[in-house]
Design a protein around this ligand. Structure first.
Ligand code: AMP
Length: 435
């Protein structure tokens, strides 16, 4: 077996030649086996190669770059208080604040046994506390592009000693119009560096970006080009625009969905949907780009803690959100770009867990659906909405109407309450369940 295939067969992090400090941190996190992208990328990054990595969300791509970079910086780790001893050596650029925070938290967790400093800077909050941290010196800096340039422009930050650059979710950075910012940042960095580009989808723009900024990169792929995460079951329900809220509530109730991330295309729809669902007694929070950073973080935290049942989000706000074993993603509206569909459904079924993506498709979204089917190279035939049975309400004047519904599928508890809130007293039937 060649050395590289031996490494690909590695079944533990120690076999990937990661240091005992890192392996201990991974043990504490409960990571037992490297994921496919980790098996492929870690040896190459340790060997100093530039990478062009296609990894879907939830594949463990953060550790795929963070672990080998921490290991490479480990010889420089020190506890000195002098800022000069803590130059920025690794810069990770991420498209959104949420993703930046998540990457930073992972870096902290993976590097907890190594005295390297890290911080995260993103827009929408004051500069001052970020400036202080940067002045004190950090080896790993995770940043959104705009805020990084703010700091670089005010000279609180030197990027002259950056040895490693990671572009995380590069496709999204380009979609969000960050190319000019990226070019400006790249001009501030030493030419002699290792660059790792991660992207869930590859198109010509990404390839061009890679050609201009990477040196003889190796390509690493863990899924077929542009395939939707394979662990995610995808279900489409047809619903007219005006019936979508009823359909959504019905799906949530009938499937007894305890938590789902619900996507809309616009901030306006997200806000309206949030209000309407709240009026129907559901526990909902909304996140989008116009919400204050503190509100977004609070909503995300409450969702992660299970205090919120439905988190309504726009694509940009939801980018990079990682909630362990999120079982459902619901597309209240299909996205305009098929790539976004792949990103959205990648929010569920993460790290091998099973997930389900449900899409409500109105007649004027048929074209978007067709584009998605072409992109993921598989049909998404519509399924009927699940059957919903309201609780029986005992009547004093008439005996209960006999029902053929088995007791086991009758709504109970919270589900029954929601049914009572939502449904007319008549039974909805005649539709087969897709399950
Ligand atoms: P990422 O694709 O980096 O966002 O990672 C997705 C999720 O998988 C995160 O919750 C990670 O903590 C988790 N994860 C990453 N690598 C592993 C691993 N080797 N074993 C178990 N969980 C992992």
């Amino acid at each position: 077996m060649s050395e590289s295939s031996a490494l690909e067969a590695a079944s533990s992090f120690a076999e990937l030649n990661l240091s005992p400090e890192i392996v201990r941190a991974l043990d504490d996190l409960g990571y037992q086996t490297p994921t496919p992208i980790q098996k492929q990328a870690i040896p190459l990054v340790l060997a100093g190669r530039d990478l062009l990595a296609q990894a879907q969300t939830g594949t463990g791509k953060t550790a795929a770059f963070a672990l080998p970079l921490l290991q490479k910086m480990q010889p420089f780790a020190n506890t000195s208080t002098s800022p000069a001893r803590h130059p920025v050596r690794a810069l990770v650029l991420a498209p959104t604040r949420e993703l930046a925070i998540q990457v930073y938290e992972s870096v902290v967790a993976y590097g907890k046994n190594i005295p390297l400093r890290s911080t995260v800077v993103y827009g929408g909050v004051g500069l001052e506390s970020q400036t202080q941290q940067l002045r004190a010196g950090v080896e790993v800096l995770v940043a959104t592009p705009g805020r990084l340039l703010d700091h670089a422009g005010s000279r609180t930050l030197s990027l002259a000693q950056v040895e490693y650059l990671v572009l995380d979710e590069a496709d999204r950075m380009l979609d969000m119009g960050f190319l000019p910012d990226l070019k400006r940042i790249l001009n501030l960095l030493p030419q002699n560096r290792q660059t790792l580009l991660f992207s869930a989808t590859f198109d010509d723009n990404i390839t061009r970006l890679a050609q201009s900024f990477l040196r003889d990169p190796l390509k690493v792929e863990v899924a077929r080009r542009n395939t939707a995460a394979e662990t995610v079951e995808q279900v489409v329900h047809k619903a007219r625009e005006e019936d979508k809220i009823d359909a959504l509530v019905r799906v949530v109730t009938a499937r007894e969905i305890s938590q789902a991330l619900v996507f809309t295309r616009t901030k306006l729809t997200a806000d309206r949907l949030g209000r309407q669902l709240q009026r129907r007694g559901l526990n909902v929070a909304v996140i989008h780009g116009d919400k204050a950073q503190s509100e977004r973080l609070l909503a995300l935290e409450s969702f992660k803690q299970g205090k919120i049942q439905l988190l309504v989000a726009t694509d940009i706000a939801a980018r990079g959100i990682d909630i362990a074993e999120l079982p459902y993603v619901i597309n209240f509206e299909l996205p305009y770009s098929p790539e976004d569909y792949v990103h959205r459904i990648g929010r569920t079924g993460r790290a091998g867990a099973e997930g389900m993506a449900l899409s409500l498709v109105a007649p004027d979204e048929e074209k978007l659906l067709a584009a998605i089917e072409k992109f993921i190279n598989r049909p998404l035939p519509p399924a009927p909405l699940p059957t919903l049975v309201p609780p029986e309400i005992p009547s004093r004047t008439a005996p209960p109407v006999p029902t053929r519904t088995p007791a086991a599928v009758r709504p109970r508890g919270r589900r029954a309450e929601v049914c009572a809130l939502l449904l007319p007293p008549a039974r909805i039937e005649g539709e087969a369940s897709p399950e």
